[in-house]
Design a protein around this ligand. Structure first.
Ligand code: ARG
Length: 586
């Protein structure tokens, strides 16, 4: 569908034209248009321009005003202060633009003309390990960024770089060989995610204990690693059982989290095994990596340890083993040359920033990343407890993600039940999941990813304040008005004068497409969250000040219903891009 230019961009264009007519030597100067409290918009560009070209800014501003076309967009424009323009838009232009948005399924948001291909690395738990709060972030942020990018028309390929390789598998597999029924499922029965994880946990602990206590087992476990790496079939088959069992668990958690993961996108560390030796050979032959004390290393002038000695990126250890870096470098080759990515995004904890800095730089030196390929780590901060320290249980253990999600859903159930008038138990459970999980996602997405945030369930499920529950209630309230409207339908009436709260809501609704574009372009879901929160607040003010179904004239009822409907659609679209559900009733 057609994209709808926003009022801000139409206005920007007109002022820019008037500005270059008034001052041809300025070329294509930016009028610096902003939303403003005094009028609808303020243009500040004349100040800097007059300063630069040595003129009087008020005079220049006056000329620009004269040059503005009379028309249906601008209602009023005045020069104020040292040379600002205060601009008021006509009510008619606001309603007409919103009507054009409402006529489009995408609310007037454009699709990229020449979309690129982004490979995004997100939701990467580790085999045979519990998922913890860190995996909340790489899942929730990743999911939202995928949705945002896809919405702009980008081709997006997900890669879940799960930790499914490493020496610990020698120990696990050897233990399973010696205790062959530890991962068996009850005859014919399917095992739940919880059971799968508890089996894996039990096995992990038992094998670790044996490994630490029994030298002979340790030796057998080490030989098992060698077999695994050599591709011994029996060993690989057992390894696969750990992966499969873990996937049962992962999927159950993703399901609870309401995040969709596709099996073909799970390409874990093991998926690059065949490339590792070649990656190292290429790096060594090109001189990008050098042998140092037997290890294959890449050095950087600006990466030094506390002792001042350079800290290299180790691509192959002195015992011949390949590590995390070799895998990531191989993954870059795969993503650039096979998947044809022009952008690589990694949704990974900021604590891995140095790793990615070195990996990207190495790939550039090797020529695998060129000027045509952008690589970014979307690094996220730590989830903190109420005490401001990294989130731990009272016993000092890492918090299991499932426990946290269950608790959020329980809290939400209490709220839904309190508010529910006509909901049965099944509906309460469904709403509670949508509210509880939405709350957790929103809290994660509403601060900029790089920052740490406190995991505070009381705050997250609060009905007032910057929470998803507040947004969900605004949405549900609108749905209830629309249901009650009976015969009256949402219809835009551009001829009607707008009340201040209607104008404020309308001008904000018009910014949706631009906000989504910005959030997608900067991988910044928090910008969308901030926009939606403001939208819900402006709607609340509108709702308090402007009677909808009891408005005086029929045309006004219809126009207000139209604003309600567009607000609801904008909320649903926007929250959908954050992976948050919008129940019709709450
Ligand atoms: N599995 C890792 C972890 O849990 C994250 C993997 C990140 N992705 C990557 N390509 N290195 O910390």
């Amino acid at each position: 569908m057609a994209s709808v230019p926003s009022l801000a961009s139409s206005l920007h264009q007109r002022i820019a034209d008037a500005l270059s007519a008034a001052l041809p030597e300025a070329g294509a100067a930016d009028p610096l248009l902003r939303r403003s409290d005094r009028a609808d918009f303020q243009a500040n560009g004349m100040l800097a321009l007059a300063k630069k070209l040595g003129g009087n800014p008020r005079e220049l501003a006056g000329k620009v005003v004269e040059g503005l076309p009379a028309g249906d967009l601008i209602k009023d424009v005045e020069v104020s202060g040292p040379g600002f323009l205060n601009i008021t838009i006509t009510d008619e232009a606001i309603t007409k633009t919103l009507a054009a948005r409402a006529a489009d399924e995408r609310l007037g948001a454009p699709l990229a003309e020449r979309p690129g291909t982004t490979v995004i690395d997100w939701a990467q738990p580790n085999v045979a390990k519990e998922m913890h709060v860190g995996h909340l972030r790489n899942s929730v942020i990743g999911d939202s960024v995928v949705r945002l990018l896809e919405f702009t028309g980008e081709k997006v390929i997900s890669r879940h770089h799960i930790g499914d390789w490493g020496t610990q598998f020698g120990m696990l597999i050897q233990y399973l060989i010696e205790h062959p029924h530890e991962l068996d499922h009850k005859a014919g029965g399917e095992v739940s995610g919880e059971e799968a994880m508890s089996n894996l946990n039990r096995l992990y602990k038992a094998s670790r204990t044996l490994f630490d206590a029994d030298e002979e087992f340790k030796a057998r476990a080490r030989r098992r690693v060698v077999n695994l790496q050599a591709g011994d079939e029996e060993t690989l088959a057992l390894w696969q059982r750990f992966v499969d069992e873990s996937k049962i668990y992962f999927y159950s958690v993703f399901d609870k989290l309401d995040v969709e993961i596709r099996d073909e996108d799970i390409v874990g560390e093991s998926g690059y095994n065949d490339m590792l030796a070649e990656t190292c050979r290429m790096l060594e032959e090109s001189g990008v990596a050098v042998r140092s004390e037997g290890a294959l290393c890449v050095f950087f002038d600006d990466v030094k340890g506390p002792d001042g000695n350079p800290v290299p990126l180790i691509v192959q250890k002195s015992d011949g083993g390949f590590g995390y870096a070799a895998t990531d470098l191989s993954a870059i080759r795969d993503r650039v040359f096979n998947l044809k990515a022009d952008t690589l995004v990694y949704v990974v904890d900021v604590r891995q920033s140095l790793h990615f800095k070195m990996v990207f730089e190495t790939a550039r030196r090797a020529g695998w990343l060129t000027d045509d390929v952008k690589a970014v780590q979307l690094g996220f901060g730590t989830v903190l407890g109420k005490d401001g320290k990294p989130f731990k249980t009272r016993e000092g253990e890492t918090v299991r993600l499932v426990d946290l999600l269950d608790e959020a859903v329980d809290r939400a159930a209490a709220i839904v039940r309190e508010k529910a008038q006509d909901l049965d138990e099944e509906e309460i459970a469904e709403r509670a999941a949508q509210v509880g999980i939405g709350a957790v996602k929103y809290a994660d997405l509403s601060t900029s990813a790089a920052r740490d945030y406190k995991f505070d369930l009381d705050q997250m499920v609060s009905l007032n304040g910057d929470t998803s529950v507040y947004l969900q209630y605004a949405f549900a309230r609108i749905q209830s008005i629309l249901r009650k409207a009976g015969e009256a339908a949402p219809v835009a009436h551009p001829e009607l004068a707008l009340a201040p709260a209607e104008r404020a809501l309308g001008l904000h609704l018009d910014q949706f497409a631009a906000t989504v574009a910005e959030a997608a372009g900067e991988y910044a879901p928090h910008k969308l969250a901030g926009y939606l929160y403001q939208l819900a607040s402006l709607y609340t003010t509108f709702y308090d000040q402007c009677p909808v179904l009891k408005a005086e004239e029929e045309a006004q009822v219809e126009n207000r219903l139209f604003l309600c409907d567009l607000t609801a659609r904008t909320l649903r679209q926007g929250m959908g891009l954050m992976g948050i559900r919008t129940p019709e009733r709450l």
